[in-house]
Design a protein. Structure first.
Length: 100
């Protein structure tokens, strides 16, 4: 099971929860086992080191080095702006599985 965490700004936390739920739903629909949750940038220090994939919305790009520090073995990717804005769980899920 892949552990996926979506990083967002504090004031967008409820929307990020919705996006994480949409990603989880998309995975459930096709039978892919993942665990998807969201965290704010203020909670980066709480990122578990065994996270497989860390996603972040475009404005959070400046936190990339901090994310790498907390999860050195995770794949890290920015979510495409439109996929994030429309909470397109299927498109984001595809991106996750395209990561090298």
């Amino acid at each position: 099971m892949k552990k996926i965490v979506l990083i967002c700004a504090k004031n967008y936390d409820s929307f990020a929860c919705t996006v994480a739920e949409k990603i989880q739903q998309a995975a459930d629909e096709v039978g892919i086992e993942i665990s998807c949750s969201s965290m704010t940038t203020a909670e980066l220090h709480l990122l578990p080191s065994d996270v497989d994939v860390v996603l972040f919305a475009p404005p959070r790009f400046r936190h990339l080095e901090r994310i790498k520090k907390f999860c050195p073995n995770a794949k890290i990717s920015m979510i495409e702006s439109q996929a994030y804005a429309t909470a397109d769980g299927k498109k984001i899920l595809e991106k996750i599985f395209d990561l090298k």
